[in-house]
Design a protein around this ligand. Sequence first.
Ligand code: ADP
Ligand code: MG
Length: 292
Amino acid sequence: MSSLEIKNLHAKVENKEILRGVNLTIGEGEVHALMGLNGSGKSTLAYVLAGHPNYEVTEGEVLLGGENILDLEPDERAHRGLFLAFQYPTSIPGVNVANFLRQSYNKVQQSRFMQAHPDAEYKAAPVAEFRKRLDEKMGQLRMDRSFKSRYLNEGFSGGEKKRMEILQMAMLDPKFAIMDETDSGLDIDALRTVAEGVNSQLNGQLGALVITHYQRLLNYIKPQYVHIMMNGHIVANGGPELAEELDVKGYDWLRQTYAPDEPFVGDEREAAPAGPAGAPGITVTRTLTGRS
Ligand code: ADP
Ligand code: MG
């Protein structure tokens, strides 16, 4: 049994502490949703898990199948079966989709083969086999074949970029996938297609952390567990009903119920009520009464 265990994870970016003790375990084949307002630290968690160099881990561990991966390079993490679908995928002019996917596919296959057979010689899968797999996965995601020869993400629409991320996930067949706002910027048809593509990968073996701001995506991708992040840590855990309740009652309700002592951060600051219980930075002039 392999699992992804995040234990008391603290991380800084630009010398500012963003993650403040995240605890979360994803078992093999489990689908978890991570929700939270903008600025709560969801993408930071995704980047830290993937090994982005701008993020400095100051405390805690991340175990993948029992091994601490925090000292591993991003590609080594990928070779061990971790995959991150980015919220904002970058484009790589000059590298076409098919070549990019073939290279990452071969790297991951090679690394898996060598872990299983350290003394044997690895031979890359025949191109025909790769092409067949690629065509099949593109079909599932309803992507036009002409995509293969386009430069990676160059001029792609929001929906095309998201499909590209899921295509890459489908090709690499990871053990754990983190999908950061895979729903953002998608109209309802694109959302459905992308969700179907994700669901076709959820075969009981792939563990997934689906990051989303809105409950909407969770109508299509059904998580077994829901976690809510606020101010860099998880303040509430539950099942799908937690996401539904949040959708109806909103984040204010959530805060009052689960985290009344948390300061307002990120986008919340603007939405926070003014006054003594409101946003930091507002000076409350107190009228002194009584003792003098
Ligand atoms: P979410 O994905 O939940 O919207 P983020 O993880 O993107 O939240 O951001 C959490 C906080 O970290 C925000 O206050 C954001 O401004 C800050 N932050 C994230 N990345 C950087 C960065 N590269 N430099 C400075 N601050 C950052
Ligand atoms: Mg984000």
